[in-house]
Design a protein around this ligand. Structure first.
Ligand code: C2E
Ligand code: MG
Ligand code: MG
Length: 729
C-alpha cells in the first residue's frame, strides 16, 4: 500500500512537472505571439501616422511651397497653426541655399544636412532620432519634402516638419506588459529611428551593435535578425540584453521612404517569469492540494486497511471460542517449525455430546476453552496447539520417540481428568491420533494422517490413542474404491451368481444349491464376497446386493424351468443388515410374483448372528416364513453360536458351519457335533453340513444322519453355465 502511495505521489510529481513545463512553453509562445501582435500593430500605426505627416507635408509643399519661399515671414505665419494642430515641434522652410526659417523663428543653415540634401534631390525623407540643434536636450525626427517650382520638377527648397521623438514613442503602446515591455523603430541596419526610454540601448545608435556588445551569446540571434531584416522578413529572437529578453521585429512599409524600417518590440523574460510565477503558483497550490489530498486519503486508507487486515487476520487465524490459534494459524506456524521433527496429535473429546447434553452448551464451551488453555500450558518451546472445530484439537509436540510422546499424551489425558473435577462434569477423556512427522509432507497431510489415526482410535475399545498406520489408510482407500464401484457394478451386471450344489447324504443326488455372489471386475478378475460383503454390511449397500442376487436367482430358476430342466431349490443369503428394511418381505414377494417362480424353489439363508435379540428382525423373519419361504439358519456354530437360537421356531433348516465340520476327526469335536445334530433333529430341524471337504467328514455326517452335504467334497461353487449343465444332467 505504501508503495502505491509513493507511486501515486511520484506520478503526481511527474504530472505537475510536465504540467508546469507545458505552461511555460505555452506562456512563451503566447508572449512571442503578443510581441508579434504588438509589433505589427505598432508598425501599422507608425505607417499611418508618418504617412499622414508626409502627405500633409507634401500637400503643403505643393500648395504653398513657392509662397513660403517668397515671403518667409508670412509663410511661417501660415505654417504655425499646422504646427499646433499636428503637434509638430516646429515646421521650417529652407531655400536652395539651406537657409532655414522655422515657426519658432530659429534661423540656421542646413545645407550640409543629409536630409536637406536628399530632399533637394527630390526625396521625401524621414530621419532617425537626432538631437535637436535648437533644443539640445530633445531628440527629434524630421520629415522633409522638396518644394518644387510651379509646374516643373525643379526643387527650390525644402519643407520640414519636426516632431519630438517622444511623440512617436507615445504612438507605441506604452502599456505593453505593464510598462515593462516597449517598442522601438529602427532601420534595416539596426539604427534607431525612435527608441524607447526603457530600452537598455537608449541613447545608443544601433540596436544590433548594442545587442552584439551586450553578450557574446547574442551573436547568432543578431546574425539571424540582420539577415531577416535585409530581406524584409519579420521574426523573433531571444537575447541577453541587460537580462534575458524576447525581441520581435516586423517591417514598417512607408511610402516614399527608400529606407526600410522595422518596429521592434521587446519584453524582458522576467515579465514572462512573473506571469509564469502567478500561473505556476496556482498550479503549485493545486498540485500541493492534490498531493495533500492523496497523502491524507492514502494514510486514511492505510489505517483502515491495516485495521481491517488486522481484523481479517484475527478472523482467519484466531479461534473465536478459545481465542487461541485456529487450524489455519497452526498450519502457518508449522511451516516455521520445519526443522523440528515431532508428532502431530489430533485429539477429540470422547462422547463430548454427553457434556453438552447433560451440562448445557455453555458448560461445553467452557470445557473446550479449558482444554485449549491446559494443553497450551503443557507445551514446551516451539510446540503448538490449535482448535480445529467442535471438540477437535491438533497439537504439535516435539518428542523424538513414541515412548516419550505417549508420556506427553498421558499428560494431556490427565488434564482432562483435572478439567472434569474442576468443572464438575462427567469424566471426560480424549481420543488421540498420532502422526510422527519430519515435515516431508505438507502440514495438511500431516494433520490428515493424525486425524485418520484418530478415527481408527475411536473404533477400538482397548486404547484411546492410535499411531498412524499407512495400511489403515490403504484399507480405507480400498474400501472407498469398492464403495464407489458398487453402483456402476450393479448397473453393468458385474455381480455374478455362482451356485454350489447341495447333496442328499444318502442318495448322493443333488437336491439343492446355494447362490453365492461373485464380483467380476471389468478386467476379468473375480472377487470373492469376503472382500466386499463385510464392507457393504457396514454401509448398508448389502440390501441392494441381496435383492439383486434374489432377483437374478428367481429370474434364472424360472428360465431353467422354462427350458424344461428339473430345477432344485436354491438358497440365497440375506444379510442381517438387509433386515433393517421393513418392506423387504413385500419387495421379495413382488420379485417372486414378477417371475412367477414357485416359492419352493427359492430359500433364504440368514446368519446366526442376525438372530440377535431384535424383535423387529424376528418379526420380519416370521413374515418371510408366513409368506411361504423355507428359512435356513446359516453358519451355526461359527463362534457366536447360541443353543438358544435353535429354539427359534421360524427356521426349517440348520446349516452347520464349516468350523464345526473341521473338527470331525477329533473326539471332542465329533461329540459336539453329535449332540448338536441330535438336539436339532429333536427340535424338528432339517440339517445341512457346510464346508465338507473330505470323505471322512462325509462318512461321519452320513452316520450322524445329516440330511444334506454342501462342500468341496462334492462340488465347489459353480458359475451359472456349469451349474446349468449339471442341472441338464
Ligand atoms: P456362506 O453363506 O456360509 O457360504 C458358504 C461359503 O463357504 C461360501 O464362500 C462357499 O464358497 C464356502 N464353501 C463351501 N464349501 C466349502 C468347502 O468345502 N471348503 C471351503 N473352504 N469353503 C467352502 P463364499 O462364496 O466365499 O461366501 C462367503 C460368504 O459370503 C457366505 O458364507 C455368505 O455369508 C456371504 N455371501 C455370499 N453370497 C452372498 C449374498 O448374495 N448375500 C449375502 N448377504 N451374503 C453372501
Ligand atoms: Mg450361506
Ligand atoms: Mg454358511
Amino acid at each position: 500500500m505504501v508503495c502505491v502511495l509513493i507511486a501515486t505521489v511520484l506520478v503526481l510529481s511527474v504530472v505537475v512537472f510536465q504540467f508546469s513545463k507545458n505552461i511555460r512553453n505555452a506562456l512563451q509562445l503566447e508572449t512571442v505571439e503578443t510581441l508579434k501582435n504588438v509589433a505589427e500593430q505598432n508598425a501599422y500605426t507608425i505607417e499611418r501616422e508618418i504617412e499622414a505627416m508626409q502627405d500633409l507635408l507634401i500637400g503643403t509643399s505643393l500648395e504653398l511651397g513657392e509662397y513660403l519661399l517668397e515671403d518667409k515671414q508670412k509663410g511661417i505665419e501660415v505654417l504655425t497653426p499646422l504646427v499646433e494642430v499636428h503637434q509638430f515641434k516646429r515646421m521650417a522652410v529652407a531655400d536652395a541655399s539651406g537657409a532655414v526659417y522655422s515657426t519658432d523663428y530659429e534661423q540656421m543653415n542646413l545645407a550640409s544636412h543629409d536630409n536637406f540634401r536628399r530632399s533637394m534631390a527630390g526625396e521625401v525623407v524621414v530621419t532617425s532620432a537626432i538631437t535637436d540643434v535648437v533644443d539640445h536636450d530633445d531628440m527629434i525626427n524630421v520629415i522633409s519634402v522638396p518644394i518644387y517650382e510651379e509646374s516643373s520638377d525643379v526643387v527650390q527648397g525644402v519643407l520640414f516638419s519636426v516632431y519630438s521623438t517622444e511623440y512617436v514613442q507615445d504612438i507605441f503602446d506604452s502599456d505593453l506588459f505593464d510598462g515593462r515591455g516597449y517598442s522601438a523603430l529602427i532601420n534595416s541596419n539596426g539604427e534607431y529611428i525612435v527608441n524607447a526610454k526603457q530600452s537598455p540601448g537608449y541613447g545608443k545608435k544601433n540596436v544590433l551593435t548594442a545587442l552584439s556588445q551586450a553578450s557574446e551569446n547574442n551573436a547568432d540571434a543578431v546574425k539571424q535578425m540582420r539577415t531577416n531584416m535585409r530581406f524584409g522578413l519579420s521574426g523573433s529572437i531571444y537575447v541577453d540584453y541587460a537580462g534575458a529578453r524576447y525581441i520581435y521585429y516586423t517591417p514598417v512599409t512607408l511610402r516614399n521612404n527608400i529606407e526600410s524600417w522595422y518596429v521592434i518590440t521587446v519584453v524582458p523574460e522576467v515579465v514572462l517569469a512573473s506571469r509564469l510565477d502567478s500561473v505556476m503558483y496556482q498550479a503549485d497550490m493545486l498540485a500541493l492540494m492534490l498531493l495533500l489530498v492523496t497523502v491524507i486519503a492514502g494514510s486514511l486508507y492505510i489505517i483502515v486497511y491495516r485495521n481491517s487486515k488486522k481484523q481479517l487476520k484475527r478472523l482467519a487465524y484466531v479461534d473465536p471460542l478459545t481465542e487461541s490459534d485456529n487450524v489455519e494459524a497452526f498450519k502457518v506456524k508449522m511451516l516455521r517449525l520445519r526443522e523440528y521433527p515431532g508428532y502431530v496429535v489430533y485429539m477429540d473429546i470422547k462422547d463430548f455430546k454427553i457434556v453438552n447434553n447433560t451440562c448445557g452448551v455453555e458448560k461445553g464451551d467452557q470445557v473446550i476453552c479449558e482444554v485449549a488453555k491446559k494443553i497450551a500450558q503443557l507445551l514446551r518451546d516451539k510446540e503448538l496447539v490449535a482448535r480445529v472445530s467442535g471438540d477437535d484439537f491438533v497439537v504439535f509436540l516435539r518428542e523424538t520417540n513414541d515412548a516419550s510422546l505417549l508420556l506427553r499424551v498421558e499428560d494431556i489425558e490427565n488434564c482432562m481428568k483435572e478439567i472434569s473435577e474442576e468443572l464438575s462434569i462427567p469424566r471426560i477423556a480424549a481420543y488421540f491420533g498420532i502422526y510422527p512427522t519430519t515435515h516431508q509432507e505438507s502440514v495438511e497431510e500431516a494433520i490428515g494422517h493424525a486425524k485418520r489415526a484418530n478415527q481408527f482410535a475411536k473404533q477400538r475399545s482397548d486404547q484411546l490413542y492410535r499411531f498412524y498406520n499407512a495400511k489403515d489408510y490403504e484399507d480405507l482407500q480400498k474400501n472407498k474404491q469398492i464403495e464407489d464401484a458398487f453402483e456402476p457394478g450393479i448397473q453393468n451386471h458385474e455381480f455374478e451368481i455362482w451356485y454350489q450344489p447341495k447333496y442328499g447324504a444318502n442318495a448322493q443326488s443333488m437336491d439343492g444349491a446355494e447362490a453365492l455372489v461373485r464380483w467380476r471386475k471389468k478386467d476379468g478378475t473375480v472377487v470373492s464376497p469376503g472382500d466386499f460383503i463385510p464392507l457393504f454390511e457396514k454401509n448398508g449397500m448389502i440390501s441392494i446386493l441381496d435383492e439383486y442376487v434374489f432377483e437374478e436367482v428367481c429370474k434364472q430358476q424360472k428360465r431353467w424351468q422354462d427350458e424344461g430342466m428339473r430345477i432344485v431349490p436354491v438358497s440365497v443369503n440375506i444379510s442381517r443388515a438387509s433386515l433393517y428394511y421393513l418392506d423387504i418381505v413385500e419387495r421379495y414377494m413382488n420379485i417372486l410374483n414378477k417371475y412367477q417362480l414357485d416359492i419352493q424353489y427359492i430359500q433364504l439363508e440368514i446368519t446366526e448372528s442376525a438372530m440377535e435379540d431384535n424383535d423387529q428382525m424376528k418379526a420380519l423373519i416370521q413374515c418371510f416364513r408366513v409368506a411361504g419361504f423355507k428359512l435356513l439358519l446359516d453358519d451355526f456354530g461359527n463362534g457366536y453360536s447360541s443353543l438358544a437360537t435353535l429354539n427359534m421356531a421360524q427356521f426349517d433348516e440348520l446349516k452347520l458351519d464349516k468350523g464345526l465340520i473341521d473338527h470331525i476327526g477329533d473326539d471332542r469335536g465329533e461329540k459336539l457335533l453329535y449332540f448338536i445334530i441330535a438336539l436339532a433333529r429333536s427340535l424338528g430341524l432339517y440339517i445341512t453340513a457346510e464346508g465338507v471337504e473330505t470323505k471322512e467328514q462325509f462318512r461321519f455326517l452320513q452316520k450322524m444322519k445329516c440330511n444334506t452335504i454342501q462342500g468341496y467334497y462334492f462340488s465347489k461353487p459353480l458359475p451359472k453355465q456349469n451349474y446349468g449343465s449339471l442341472l441338464a444332467g
